[in-house]
Design a protein around this ligand. Structure first.
Ligand SMILES: [Mg+2]
Length: 268
């Protein structure tokens, strides 16, 4: 195996005590390659098999996604791990069928559903912007639209409307998300996930802007002493932010090399 020395060194904290270590992984662009149509995303069999072995070895394994938790589970297709969906705002526990929405967000469901209906315009439909209903989050995707520039311009108008309405906007890889003005991000999500668990070390791997929130949360959790150590793994891609590389402890190139990371988690 071609695991680099840097990788082995970076993973030392999780190897020390796997039973009390958490392995937290983004899905799209990390476990599953980015595809033109997001509904076609899939984790390949080799990665799945490794992830199952990883889940047997470590105290907590969770996939952390911008997608609905149930959608993330459909793509990863492993029932025995946890799924933190919609950027950490809902949790699908291992083996569970019904995701649990963060209590702070429940009051926003109606208002967000209304915003979603108001912005589902014929103009956006013509531009082939795909609108995703994630309960308290609305997603506007323009990847693969016949004219991506025009579709993006339509989405920029949605963002202006959201901001005027006092909602928050977040830009990802060819997607705009509109969220309630409540802290929702992968960092808040993983902080809550780790709160009640006997975990001392956490590793997080991700490729995108939203994963930087998880990196920051790991920094805070180690600085406050809640975690003994943390490992930030940046997955490099053409579309991802430069900061995912510059703020990582270890960098892997694309989803294919995330497999090397999983292999390295199983050997030491
Ligand atoms: Mg991603």
């Amino acid at each position: 195996m071609s695991t680099s020395v840097a990788m082995v060194d970076a993973l030392a904290p999780v190897h020390e005590d796997p039973a009390h270590s958490a392995i937290l992984l983004d899905v799209d662009g990390t476990l599953a390659p980015i595809v033109r149509h997001t509904q076609d995303a899939l984790v390949d069999e080799a990665t799945r098999a490794l992830l199952i072995d990883v889940s047997r070895r470590y105290g907590l394994v969770a996939c952390v996604s911008g997608r609905r938790a149930s959608d993330a589970r459909r793509i990863v297709s492993i029932g025995s791990i946890a799924y933190l969906g919609s950027h950490g705002s809902e949790l699908l526990a291992p083996g569970s069928v019904v995701p649990k929405l963060d209590r702070e967000l429940e009051p926003w469901t109606r208002r967000m559903q209304q915003f979603l209906r108001e912005t589902d315009s014929t103009e956006l439909q013509h531009l082939r912007v795909r609108i995703e209903d994630k309960g308290v989050i609305a997603g506007y995707h323009w990847r693969g639209a016949p004219n991506e520039d025009a579709a993006h311009a339509g989405v920029v108008e949605v963002a202006a409307r959201a901001e005027a309405a006092g909602l928050r906007t977040h830009w990802g890889r060819k997607v705009l998300e509109v969220r309630p003005p409540v802290s929702i991000d992968k960092g808040v999500g993983i902080t809550k996930l780790l709160r009640s668990r006997d975990i001392d070390v956490a590793l997080y791997a991700g490729d995108d802007e939203t994963d930087l929130d998880a990196f920051r949360a790991l920094n805070e959790l180690t600085e406050s002493g809640r975690l003994r150590a943390a490992v930030r793994v940046g997955v490099r891609s053409d579309e991802g932010p430069e900061e995912i590389v510059s703020s990582a402890d270890v960098v892997v190139d694309g989803t294919a090399n995330v497999r090397s990371l999983l292999e390295a988690l199983l050997t030491n």
